[in-house]
Design a protein around this ligand. Structure first.
Ligand SMILES: [Zn+2]
Ligand SMILES: [Zn+2]
Length: 369
């Protein structure tokens, strides 16, 4: 009899149903895992609200960890040569580059078009392409790493999306030691960006948000200054504050956009010094339109860099980072609420409510077992 699992299937916007689905035959190079923790990412909330087209019932969740259930033929080690066996805990890129395209042969795995084929419906092989389920299929081509650390499952679950994405954003900004870094938005990505910038040698870190509890948490993650947009409502005033705080450079060296709204982009660009870098991370849904005066980009000498997906080598470094700093920063407060699979509707409602400041949840995690 073939193996089956339960999954929270998004059948229409705002509605999950717990359904049984077949577990796929594992291909050469693939791995099937039993999910132990899967976090609710902002992009899951976009899908749940119906902001992306759906072809059928889908399983959301891509920020996850789990233990190996079945190893496909040809897989005996992770991507650092550590042996893999049934029961080993792993993290992995949620995207699977093809390893045989123009971008892949240049080593730019983040730019592979296959990365966008993330999710199938539950009718299509390999069915379990989302983390809110008993099983998840790691496709051939994804980068997999064994995690032998003492860290709990919920502490590592956000490494393969939230943490690695902002680590990549900061790497791509070419931030130097002592730089002034502005972080627009301090949900989970902004908090991780703050602590990574701090660990990587930022000079002054300024965080901007509308929720005071998140700004306070960002201070504990290493921010030097916070700007609450509800207290300082005028964007020109906020730009002035950033320029003053950045001292002689007269503007930030780096701005990381993780607010996920296009309205903050011009403000972020204006906060930069001449030659500063703006990294775009948050506007992940179509029609994130904004008017930008490209003369201000040209004569303001602003570098604009996208950070979508991330370099696979950041995953094991992310594990080490969390191991080393878990007592230094309130990492446990970033992953703030746990839910069971059958509580998923509550988990999403709760996360949505927190966007408006209704709860103090930063990242909710669903743990199927
Ligand atoms: Zn994500
Ligand atoms: Zn490719």
């Amino acid at each position: 009899m073939s193996l089956k699992g339960n999954a929270a299937v998004l059948t229409k916007p705002f509605n999950f149903e717990i359904l049984e689905y077949p577990v796929p035959k594992v291909e050469f190079g693939g791995i099937l895992i039993e999910v132990s923790a899967s976090a609710i990412c902002g992009s899951d909330l976009h899908a749940w609200r119906g902001e992306r087209k759906m072809k059928g019932g889908i399983i959301l969740g891509h920020e996850l960890t789990g233990r190996i259930h079945t190893l496909g033929a040809g897989v005996s080690t992770d991507y650092l040569g550590k042996s893999l066996s049934i029961g080993d805990r792993v993290i992995f890129t949620y995207f699977s580059p093809c390893h045989r395209c123009y971008q892949c042969i240049r080593g730019k795995f983040t730019d592979c078009p296959s990365n966008f084929n993330l999710r199938k419906t539950i009718e299509e092989y390999p069915y379990c392409t989302g983390g809110f389920a008993d099983y998840y299929y790691i496709r051939p081509g994804a980068f997999v790493f064994k995690v032998e650390s003492h860290l709990t499952d919920d502490a590592i679950t956000s490494i393969n999306c939230a943490l690695a994405t902002v680590m990549s954003a900061i790497e791509r900004s070419n931030m130097n030691t002592g730089d002034t870094v502005v972080i627009q938005g301090v949900g989970a990505l902004g908090l991780y960006a703050t602590l990574y910038a701090r660990e990587r040698g930022a000079g002054t870190i300024i965080t901007i948000d509308g929720q005071e509890n998140r700004l306070e948490l960002s201070k504990k993650c290493g921010a030097d200054h916070t700007i609450n947009i509800n207290n300082i409502k005028d964007e020109f005033e906020r730009i002035k504050i950033v320029k003053e705080l950045s001292g002689s450079s007269n503007g930030a060296d780096v701005v990381i956009e993780v607010a996920g709204v296009p309205q903050v982009i011009n403000e972020g660009l204006e906060m930069l010094r001449l030659g500063g870098t703006f990294v775009e991370v948050g506007n992940i849904i179509p029609e994130s339109n904004v008017n930008v005066d490209f003369n201000r980009i040209l004569h303001g000498i602003k570098y604009v860099v996208p950070a979508s997906f991330y370099e696979p080598w950041l995953l094991p470094i992310g594990v080490k980072l969390i191991e080393r700093t878990k007592d230094k920063y309130p990492i446990a407060n970033i992953i703030s609420h746990n839910f069971k699979l059958n509580e998923i509707n509550d988990a999403f409602n709760f996360s949505e409510w927190s966007r408006d400041g209704g709860t103090d949840v930063i990242r909710s995690v669903v743990m199927p077992k």
